[in-house]
Design a protein around this ligand. Sequence first.
Ligand code: ZN
Length: 243
Amino acid sequence: MKAPAAKGKASQLTRSRLAHRASGPTMSYLKTRIRASRLYQAAFILAIVELTRRLHQAYRQAYDKHAADQLLPQNPQGDVDLSPAQRKVVEYINTLAKGLMNNKDCREYIQDGPESDFRITNAIERLAWLEKNRGITYFHGMEFNNGSGLAISAVRGTYTGFGRSSPRIVPGYYFFTEDVGRVTEYWRIDRDQARLLVILHELRHDVTRSPDSGPPGGAESGDGHSQAILKKCLGLVTEIPKQ
Ligand SMILES: [Zn+2]
């Protein structure tokens, strides 16, 4: 799950725009500056769009069962077993998560269908299995893959069935911080709710074998999935925050 970006930059930008509008005599100089900064912004947005497109491509390819081994280094910087203290935190959150998934709406969203369908893995059983079988590990960092941006957590491992790298949920450094890498402030939830959201979000990726996709803010984006989990599992109706 991606880490929410800091808000400071946006408000600085607004302030500097207002300052430009208010001043008089040095207008042409300012206009030039505004134009330059708009150009810069446009280039920046293009770069982001391109990056997002490439990331999605990369995800699609990575999730292709045959390509997974070659395209994504499975253990680029190494995730490790949870420390006893981390394990305590994770087990506490998992207990809450399993409780929430007793609710059918929540469970069927996480596992993407009813468990009466033989193709569907029961998400409660899956989480219990992961917890018991070193399927939840720790990554001491924030950037899980080179250039992928900061994240709270990820899923790792291949789904090729060769057992070289078993699928697992990997909370990173942010997960264990007080504000869970700003997830608390982003969704206006408390620390345990934020950690629950992270675990359920990654569990859904693990069980459904599908990545976040689609345009940012859409139902299939990372935020869209998180919003649905907050609603169906935690009973919280939220807007996707504007970045
Ligand atoms: Zn995600």
